[in-house]
Design a binder for this molecule. Structure first.
Ligand code: GLN
Length: 547
């Protein structure tokens, strides 16, 4: 089979689940034995989302190669159980900065550099990069909604590319079909309009997915779907209805059981009969039979669960494995310093995660939370900033140091002079002023110490986890921490410039003689949880929480 492309676009509104749809299509094809990968094209001008606040954009998902990417890459990796690379994340910012650099280097000397052909060609280069000639299927999701001004050049690139690819390209377009309570009907007009917009741009999608929120006793009628087919220029059976469901992991199965399976079968030229992994049906069993446990996530952006998407998914995924429904409760870390009562409310939880984060706001609340869970035997997992705050808390309240992270004082050297700066810039970060892509990013190896909870949980000695941070526990304090009972159970080993063996603190823990589950990691284990491979640190937390 010649390698093939599936494009996914969306219209009417954003947030339709193009990422989940793309990942689900990928999963059906992967399960049928095809080699599959996936690219996200994001029309915004940031080079990557690494410099955007989670408020703007949801979480920043980090790949093993250190790329900071859109949260949809997380859906792709979780559904497809693959490790993607930087070629899977293409933004307008990345495209324009490359083209402008080429222009400055004189690569286009004498020519007028234009959207067409230079940008459209570059986009086509990006979507065909490293694709094997045969037997591969690449999915490409175009971010935003069709009709957005900044997405135009991507649609034009798709139009040109489709001319070249013909039958080896399938265009799937999603649209929202709203329900109008006053007339008691689903309305297809907005979707029709968004398809008309594509037709005007020379694009005629082969598959239309009608997204809708199911109403009680009202299902979307065949009439409505047929109207979408008529105006959308597709066969009736190529309009697929995809209602909201309670778990995103139901989507691949729903799609497999729809006409979509036949459409994909004829696209690849072979009947797909392999089904999709059974993880998705297991969720149902746990929902029906499992007990509920509640896990608090102490965080800065407590109003925005998308800022902690992979973390929340990791807990749910581990819950399926442990047979419990995990209710996640986002707790604003700033609320925890206002009153003792607020901290005490953590006692209602079965376990607590202190999430990663940037900037001093909310740090004191995280320290208060950690003190409380440590003293009250509440299972605790600290992630990145969560580890740094666990170390500060321990150094302050157990060792009695005037311990701080320099980030808590905006690195104000004067103020920090007389304090015990136990978490500080990494040596090679001290003089970096640029913000984009300059942290310790991506996968780093870690060695686990014998007779530790970490080693028991992971079940091996050498692990690799993904990182995104600038600050680090300072080696000069390690022996004090250890003398007072904090174990450094995971270390990144390296040689310094003089060839001496050194290490960075990767995992800390308290002995299980003193606390049922107190462990924190400098990495982001949430980026390595997969439905088929729940992460040991989250499983451990839930096991302890169930107990
Ligand atoms: N702000 C901290 C650092 O840069 C922690 C980062 C994080 O939690 N991802 O080191």
């Amino acid at each position: 089979m010649h390698s093939k492309y599936i494009f996914v676009t969306g219209g009417v509104v954003s947030g339709l689940g193009k990422g989940i749809t793309s990942a689900s299509l990928g999963l059906i094809l992967k399960s049928a034995g095809y080699s599959v990968d996936i690219i996200k094209l994001d029309p915004y001008l940031n080079v990557d989302p690494g410099t955007m606040s989670p408020f703007e954009h949801g979480e920043v998902y980090v790949l093993d190669d250190g790329s900071e990417t859109d949260l949809d890459l997380g859906h792709y990796e979780r559904f497809l159980d693959v490790n993607l690379t930087s070629i899977s994340s293409v933004t307008s910012g990345k495209i324009y900065s490359t083209i402008l650099n080429r222009e400055r280097e004189g690569k286009y000397l004498g020519r007028n550099v234009q959207l067409i052909p230079h940008v459209t060609n570059y986009i086509q280069e990006a979507i065909t990069k490293n694709i094997p000639e045969e037997d591969h299927i690449r999915l490409i999701e175009i971010g935003g909604s069709t009709g957005d001004m900044e997405g135009e050049v991507f649609l034009e690139s798709l139009r040109q590319f489709k001319q070249k690819m013909g039958k080896n390209l399938l265009h799937v377009h999603l649209g929202f079909v709203p329900y109008l309570p006053c007339s008691g009907e689903y309305k297809s007009k907005p979707f029709q309009n968004s398809i008309r917009g594509l037709l005007q741009r020379g694009l005629s999608p082969e598959v239309l997915i009608a997204r809708y929120a199911p109403e009680k006793n009202k299902t979307i009628t065949k009439d409505v779907l047929d109207k979408i087919a008529l105006f959308g220029n597709v066969k009736k059976e190529n309009v697929i209805k995809l209602p909201d469901v309670s778990s995103i992991y139901q989507v691949p199965e729903n799609m497999y059981n729809s006409e979509m399976r036949h459409i994909l079968s004829s696209f690849v030229g072979k009947e797909i009969v392999s089904g999709v992994p059974d993880f998705y049906s297991r969720i149902k069993d746990v929902r029906n039979k499992g007990d509920e446990i509640s896990i608090g996530i102490v965080a800065k952006y407590s109003k925005l669960s998308d800022a902690y998407l992979s973390l929340i998914e990791s807990l749910k995924i581990a819950g399926v494995e442990e047979g419990v429904n995990v209710k996640t409760v986002l707790i604003n870390s700033e609320d925890l310093i206002d009153s003792k009562e607020n901290v005490k409310s953590l006692s209602k939880l079965d376990g607590v995660v202190v999430a990663g984060g940037f900037g001093k706001r909310g740090m004191d609340g995280k320290i208060a939370a950690i003190k409380y869970v440590r003293e009250n035997d509440i299972p605790f997992l600290g992630i990145c900033l969560g580890l740094q705050m666990a170390v500060v808390e321990f150094a302050k309240n157990i060792i009695g140091l005037d311990a701080v992270s320099s980030e808590m004082y905006d690195d104000n050297e004067k103020l920090l002079k007389n304090m015990d700066v136990i978490v500080d810039f990494m040596e090679d970060q001290k003089n970096i002023r640029k913000k984009g892509g300059t942290m310790r990013l991506g996968g780093y190896d870690c060695t686990l110490e014998k007779d530790t909870l970490a080693k028991e949980l992971y079940g091996c000695e050498d692990i690799r986890e993904r990182h995104r941070h600038r600050y680090e526990v300072q080696g000069s304090f390690v022996s004090q921490l250890e003398n007072f009972g904090m174990k450094i159970s995971g270390k990144h080993l390296y040689k310094d410039l003089d060839g001496k063996n050194q290490f960075l603190v990767e995992i800390i823990e308290l002995s299980q003689d003193t606390h049922p589950y107190f462990i924190a990691t400098q990495s982001h284990p949430e980026f390595l949880s997969r439905p088929s491979k729940p992460h040991p640190l989250f499983r451990g937390l839930l096991k302890a929480a169930i107990k």
